[in-house]
Write a protein that binds this ligand. Structure first.
Ligand code: AYL
Length: 551
């Protein structure tokens, strides 16, 4: 009640029950990750389930540090320059990313499924000086790198120092050279320096670089490692948890949540460059993981797929899930198959919040695990009316706003987009519709932003619309997401044709197909309409389009 008097308009802020405030952390990311590493230096850190290649924590640190030194030593790179990683999940991805960050550089991640156009766009926006990639993607990287001004070269993520092809550098050779060369000084990073630049479409428009500093990433890690929220056991003596995760490192959940909390508890991480049912089940059998990093689609696979047998799930103690809605029924089904109650917990986050803001704690009762949980330490959340912006109480649906030291600095070179989501008081307007219940557990029920989520991957309608507009005979177009049992959502296009134009659904679908990454394809099909419904300001009325599909 006394709070109501001080802040009449902010009476309904939900604070964390696990610590109201957390200062922005001052550690740099790499310092923070190495803090306890001496305890488990000789234990396995990362193993690729596909190739069998494995590194201990000590080996990983040497390669990372060597690569950092090589980048800092006379390669013409300056603090804050951007290095792009274009690769699937392989152990060397981690060392290259951490090495570049240790060298004071900023890392951006490009989805390796991207087309040359999609890749080129991201590399150009952030003016990448260097790309690290795998042999299979070299032709793509070579083709697009030429168009980047001030491009300094390509690093091949190899497991053995490889013969250097024309112009490419071997990751292993660079790391060895960095360790052997004396007199290299690594630039000192500050908590405010931008460590990574992942891309997100935010609430509207094309994908944008999200500036996340060392301090923001580390703050979120500290929150996730709180005893009530953490998942794994701390490695000590013979105890070492093993986590199997196919969540891509190029996505914030794979990078700052799964990978970095793995390191902070000294777990053994099993990676897979690509999800296949056989590969995944093989990894379960071979590595007997204690934990899984998952999105709902993976839990669904484990719960429903006939090839997944209860014995495959015997070693599993916990599952961390996020990035798309997870139904409590699915948790029950998963537990049914496992034959016991596994610690399956869901979180809510965004690239823009480094990423986690809400998470179910260990004490969340099973019946509440369909919720996205409660604010992490030092994180605040509010729900506001969609039209008036007034704070709402328990059970009332509105836009979710979040605040805490993990919030991004802003969108890269895009102040306008930053101002649209970050208000003067430091609240981030998520574009998600939510409510909290009487016990302050949050539930995500809808989205006001355009974003479409296909198996947890972001799809920007604006981006698909700009591709479809290139087809002659099309006057107007709008893309929205429709619910899909397998993928969560899939994009569908509403198209207005010029009078007399002959364009079929198949024409549109097959035009889009080669121009975008596979998960962005128009799996929901195309609907031809007379006009796209818009408001007076010209904004597409997406909700109206969505209801047209469900009818
Ligand atoms: P981005 N339930 C429903 N929707 C969700 C959820 C969830 N649990 N989590 C994320 N979303 C949607 O940037 C929501 O619309 O980051 C949100 O605005 O790819 C959007 O996805 C953000 O998508 C973790 C670690 C969750 C990471 C994450 C999600 C990171 C997704 C939990 O522990």
């Amino acid at each position: 009640p006394h709070q109501q008097q001080q802040q009449p308009r902010r009476s309904k802020v939900v604070e964390s029950v696990y610590g109201k405030d957390l200062p922005l952390q001052r550690d740099t990311l790499i310092e923070h990750l190495r803090r306890d590493v001496c305890v488990w230096e000789d234990k396995k850190f990362v193993t690729c389930a596909a190739s069998g290649v494995s590194y201990t924590y000590a080996q990983a640190n040497r390669l990372t540090h060597g690569f950092a030194r090589a980048l800092a030593g006379g390669r013409g790179l300056a603090k804050g320059d951007v290095v792009a990683l274009v690769a699937p999940n392989i152990p060397e991805f981690v060392f290259a990313a951490h090495g570049a960050i240790e060298a004071g550089l900023t890392v951006t991640f490009v989805n390796p499924l991207y087309t040359p156009e999609e890749t080129a766009r991201q590399l150009k926006i952030c003016n990448a000086r260097l790309v690290a990639t795998i042999p299979e993607l070299l032709p793509l990287v070579r083709a697009v790198a030429q168009s980047i001004p001030q491009y300094k070269g390509t690093v091949l993520l190899d497991q053995q120092p490889s013969e250097q092809a024309a112009g490419e550098m071997s990751f292993q050779a660079l790391a060895a050279e960095g360790l052997a060369t004396e007199g290299i000084v690594l630039p000192r990073a500050d908590a405010e320096d931008i460590a990574i630049l992942p891309f997100s479409s935010g609430t509207t428009g094309m994908p944008k670089g999200v500036m996340l500093s060392h301090g923001q990433l580390v703050s979120n890690l500290v929150m996730n490692m709180h005893p009530e929220f953490r998942f794994a056991r701390h490695t000590k003596g013979d105890v070492q948890d093993t986590i199997l995760s196919v969540l891509p490192f190029f996505h914030i959940m794979g990078f700052n949540t799964v990978l970095h909390t793995t390191i902070l508890s000294g777990q053994h991480l099993i990676t897979l460059p690509k999800f296949t049912p056989e590969g995944y089940i093989g990894a379960l059998m071979r590595h007997q993981p204690t934990g899984l990093g998952a999105v709902p689609a993976i839990l669904q696979f484990l719960a429903m797929h006939p090839s997944v047998k209860p014995e495959h799930l015997q070693s599993i103690r916990y599952v961390i899930c996020g990035a798309a809605p997870l139904d409590v029924d699915l948790i029950m089904r998963f537990n049914d198959k496992a034959g016991r109650e596994v610690d399956v917990r869901q979180g809510y986050g965004m690239t823009e919040t480094a990423p986690v803001t809400l998470l179910c704690s260990r004490s969340t009762p099973i019946k509440r695990r369909g919720s996205v949980g409660q604010p992490l330490t030092g994180t605040r959340a509010r729900v506001v009316d969609l039209t008036t912006g007034e704070d709402l109480g328990p059970g009332e649906r509105g836009e979710l706003l979040v605040k805490g030291p993990q919030l991004m600095t802003g969108y890269y070179k895009n102040d306008e987009a930053t101002r649209e989501v970050l208000d003067d008081e430091g609240w981030l307007h998520t574009g998600d519709v939510a409510y909290y219940d009487e016990e302050q557990y949050f539930h995500i029920v809808d989205r006001t932003k355009e974003l479409i989520k296909v198996k947890g991957h972001q799809v920007s309608p604006t981006e698909l619309e700009s591709v479809i507009r290139q087809i002659s005979g099309i006057v107007d177009v709008a893309v929205v997401g429709v619910p899909n049992e397998r993928y969560g959502e899939v994009p569908i296009a509403f198209v207005v044709l010029h009078p007399g134009a002959q364009v079929s659904e198949e024409d549109v679908v097959s035009f889009v197909e080669p121009k975008v990454a596979p998960y962005k394809r128009l799996a929901g099909g195309v609907k031809f309409v007379e006009a796209i419904p818009r408001n007076a300001g010209g904004k597409v009325l997406r909700t109206q389009l969505k209801t047209m599909v469900s009818k």
